[in-house]
Design a protein around this ligand. Structure first.
Ligand code: HEC
Ligand code: HEC
Ligand code: HEC
Length: 274
């Protein structure tokens, strides 16, 4: 009976656990190989070296080129061991014995054995990736808007990005509400404020993007045309035309930028940032 209860609890727990995303904490030491501490991306570079060495071994073993297979096996071993030297906490996750046996199998030109150990070592790659890769993507590669300020072109004050977004969204809604309520001059003011804030967003792109190419994806010629058409519709108080332009901007500017920047940032915030 007790065992049954235990099983039941386990089942319940494993089900509810499955619905949560789990982002494992990363060893502090890993941060040494990423900005802001280092711009060289040493850890990512090591991963690419490992991947190339692994393919170097497999391809040469398949072709029966044992001399080159040995060269790549030794590079693989050397780079594999570096993981534990760069991040001490991860040393124990490495299959060092299997790695050693892989090199020995290549030296004795044993194809089946070599491929067997390649698989075993490969499992340790997959295992670590399962546990830590998503955390690393979120922690080191996603945009970080924490503490970012942006000058509000309407009030001239510095706003947090969140407050800026809220103010702009409010303009968007109020220009419609005022128009529907017959308050034309207020609708016009909200419309113009929206356009100023919309254009003002590009202030921040350069904080992270070094060229104008990225900016043009959401603030290109088509967006400019839509803003011009929106301004005209605001001046004339034409609700249908306003709605049409705002719909386009929502889908092609706001939503697309949110998919790229806001979604990973929300994850990062939950994870606790840097
Ligand atoms: C850089 C690309 C970018 C563009 C373009 C953009 N946003 Fe945002 N938006 C963000 C980011 C990043 C956040 C998250 C900010 C935060 O949580 O601190 C955000 C958050 C928001 C929020 C949520 C604020 C809150 O209360 O958490 C709203 C609403 C919003 N944006 C509206 C808009 C609208 C409307 C547009 C288009 C007119 C737009 N955004 C265009 C990047 C963008
Ligand atoms: C102890 C942990 C660990 C082990 C073992 C490990 N990796 Fe990784 N690997 C990572 C982490 C963490 C990332 C994510 C790094 C990032 O995105 O900055 C990664 C990313 C990668 C990437 C993608 C790099 C990119 O640009 O996105 C490749 C390829 C890779 N690893 C290959 C390997 C191979 C091949 C092995 C085994 C021979 C291996 N890794 C073993 C932790 C590990
Ligand atoms: C806090 C830093 C930050 C800010 C500010 C920022 N971005 Fe990004 N953006 C990123 C990161 C990180 C990526 C993911 C790709 C990468 O790592 O470069 C990205 C990706 C993009 C992409 C996808 C393709 C590419 O060009 O890399 C576009 C387009 C883009 N951003 C446009 C913008 C625009 C437009 C603005 C200003 C309104 C902006 N970004 C502001 C950090 C930022």
């Amino acid at each position: 009976m007790r065992i049954f209860v235990l099983f039941f609890l386990l089942a319940v727990f494993s089900v509810s656990y499955g619905k949560n995303i789990k982002l494992k904490d990363l060893p502090e030491e890993l941060s040494n190989y990423y900005p802001p501490k280092s711009d060289k991306m040493e850890f990512v570079e090591l991963m690419h070296l490992l991947s190339t060495s692994m393919t170097g071994v497999i391809a040469n073993v398949r072709e029966g080129d044992w001399q080159n297979a040995e060269k790549w096996a030794k590079r693989l071993q050397e780079n594999y061991l570096k993981i534990g030297k760069m991040v001490k906490k991860w040393d124990k996750l490495l299959k060092k014995d299997d790695m050693e046996k892989l090199v020995k199998s290549v030296e004795s030109k044993n194809k089946m054995q070599t491929l067997g150990f390649v698989q075993k070592v490969g499992k340790s790659c997959v295992q670590c990736h399962k546990s830590y890769r998503l955390s690393a993507k979120i922690k080191f590669h996603s945009p970080d808007f924490e503490g970012m300020n942006i000058e509000d072109p309407v009030s001239g004050l510095d706003y947090s990005l969140k407050d800026y977004m809220k103010a702009m969204t409010n303009d968007m809604k109020m220009m419609r509400i005022y128009l529907i309520d017959g308050k034309k001059s207020k609708a016009r003011k909200s419309g113009f404020d929206f356009i100023k804030r919309f254009d003002g967003m590009t202030q921040m792109c350069g904080d992270c993007h070094t060229d104008k190419l990225s900016e043009k994806v959401y603030f290109g010629i088509e967006a400019e045309k839509r803003i011009t058409a929106l301004r005209e519709a605001v001046v004339n108080g034409e609700l249908t035309k306003i709605n049409k332009q705002l719909k386009w901007l929502s889908q092609n500017n706001c939503s697309k930028c949110h998919n790229v920047h806001q979604t990973p940032y929300l994850l990062k915030e939950k994870f606790g940032g840097k």
